[in-house]
Design a protein around this ligand. Structure first.
Ligand SMILES: [Zn+2]
Length: 336
C-alpha cells in the first residue's frame, strides 16, 4: 500500500458516489443531505447526514469523516483495508473480515466469502468494456446504448471481456488465480472450469456483495440462464431528485424500466422471495412491477401489506406480458 493510494481512492470515488452506490441511498430533498449513515445506518430522516466538501457528518450519532472513513465504518475495517476496497485491489481484501472494531449494526449485512468479494471487486474495476456480442444481446432484448452506458457508469453492469467461454475462463484464472476462484466458490474443488465463464454479462449489486452472471444466448436444456453469487443484496439505479421507486425483478427488468423511460429510482430485487421492506423505507412511494406469475403476484400482495403497514404509498405498475422486458419488447420491437 502506497500513501498515494489514500489520495487515489478519494480522487476516484467521491463521497457522494459512495453514499449513493455503496450505501445505497438517494439524497434527501435538500442538496448534500442523506438519510443513511455508515455508522448508525438508515433512517426515515432525509436530513440526518450532511455532506460538504468531501466530508460527511451524521447529526444523529456524530460520526464524521471522508470517503475512506465512511467506507471503514461501513465495512467495519481499517482505513487501509477501506482504501483497498474502494480501489478494488482484491489482494488486500483478505484482511477485510479481520476482527471488527465495533459491534455489528443491525443494518450491516454479514460479510460474504472474502475471496468472492475480491473476485467481484476485480470484475467491477476491470470489466467495464463490453464485447460486441454482449451489446448485440442487450440490443436483442430491447435495451439500447443509452441504457447500457448508464448501467456501466452506475457500476451496475460489467462484463467478462471475451465472447467465448474458454477465453473468459483463462482471463479469470490469469487475473484472479485458481486458488482464489476456488475459495470464492466460482470453481469447484475438483474442476478446472467456471460456469460463470459461459455467462459474460455481469450485474453487481450496489454494495458489491453479490453478482449475477448471465448467458447472452438462449439456454440449452437444463442450463441455467443466470447464476448468482453472494448475499441477496438488491440492485438499483438512482434518480437523485425523486423520492419514489419502481421495484422489479432483477437486472434485465431494471434496464427495461429505464428503457421504457420510467423516471425515479429503479430497484431490482434478487429473486422474488428475497425482497425486504427495509429496502424501501427511504421512499415515500413505491411502484411495484414484479412479474405476472404466481411467485410475483404473491410477493406483490405481501409487499402491498408490508408497505401499507409502514405508511409507504404503494401503486401497481400496469403492464402487459409476463415481465417488464416482455412489456418493453411488445411496445418496442428490437432493431427499430
Ligand atoms: Zn450516524
Amino acid at each position: 500500500m502506497k500513501l498515494n493510494d489514500f489520495q487515489e481512492a478519494k480522487r476516484r470515488i467521491s463521497i457522494e458516489y459512495f453514499f449513493e452506490n455503496w450505501l445505497g441511498t438517494a439524497p434527501g430533498k435538500s442538496a448534500g443531505r442523506y438519510s443513511i449513515c455508515p455508522e448508525c445506518g438508515p433512517s426515515n430522516d432525509n436530513n440526518k447526514v450532511s455532506i460538504r466538501n468531501g466530508y460527511f457528518t451524521c447529526f444523529k450519532c456524530g460520526a464524521k469523516g471522508d470517503v475512506i472513513e465512511a467506507a471503514a465504518l461501513h465495512f467495519k475495517t481499517t482505513a487501509k483495508n477501506a482504501v483497498n476496497l474502494l480501489l478494488g485491489q482484491n489482494d488486500s481484501l483478505a484482511s477485510r473480515s479481520e476482527v471488527p472494531k465495533v459491534a455489528p449494526k443491525t443494518h450491516a449485512p454479514p460479510l460474504p466469502n472474502k475471496a468472492l468479494l475480491g473476485c467481484i471487486a476485480y470484475i467491477f474495476s476491470h470489466g467495464r468494456i463490453p464485447h460486441a456480442s454482449h451489446i448485440e444481446y442487450l440490443h436483442s432484448r430491447g435495451i439500447g446504448d443509452k441504457a447500457i452506458e448508464f448501467a456501466i457508469n452506475r457500476g451496475f453492469m460489467r462484463f467478462l471481456p471475451h465472447d467465448n467461454s474458454r477465453a473468459n475462463y483463462i482471463w479469470l484464472k490469469e487475473s484472479l488465480g485458481i486458488e482464489r476462484l476456488r475459495a470464492a466458490g466460482l470453481v469447484k474443488p475438483d474442476k478446472d472450469f467456471a460456469s460463470i465463464a459461459y455467462r459474460p454479462l455481469v450485474f453487481i449489486s450496489n454494495d458489491q456483495c453479490a453478482a449475477e452472471f448471465r448467458l447472452i444466448k438462449p439456454a440449452r436444456e437444463g442450463e441455467s440462464k443466470t447464476i448468482c453469487y453472494g448475499l441477496g443484496s438488491h440492485y438499483y439505479f438512482l434518480d437523485q431528485k425523486r423520492d419514489y421507486a419502481l421495484v422489479c425483478e432483477g437486472p434485465i427488468d431494471m434496464l427495461s424500466a429505464y428503457e421504457l423511460g420510467l423516471k425515479g429510482n429503479i430497484i431490482g430485487i434478487p429473486g422474488v422471495q428475497k425482497s425486504k421492506v427495509e429496502w424501501f423505507h427511504q421512499y415515500s412511494q413505491i411502484i411495484l412491477a414484479l412479474d405476472h406469475d404466481e411467485a410475483g403476484l404473491k410477493q406483490t400482495a405481501l409487499l402491498q401489506e408490508q408497505l401499507a403497514a409502514n405508511n409507504i404509498k404503494c401503486y401497481l405498475f400496469d403492464f402487459n406480458g409476463k415481465d417488464l422486458n416482455e412489456h418493453l419488447m411488445a411496445t418496442r420491437p428490437p432493431n427499430k
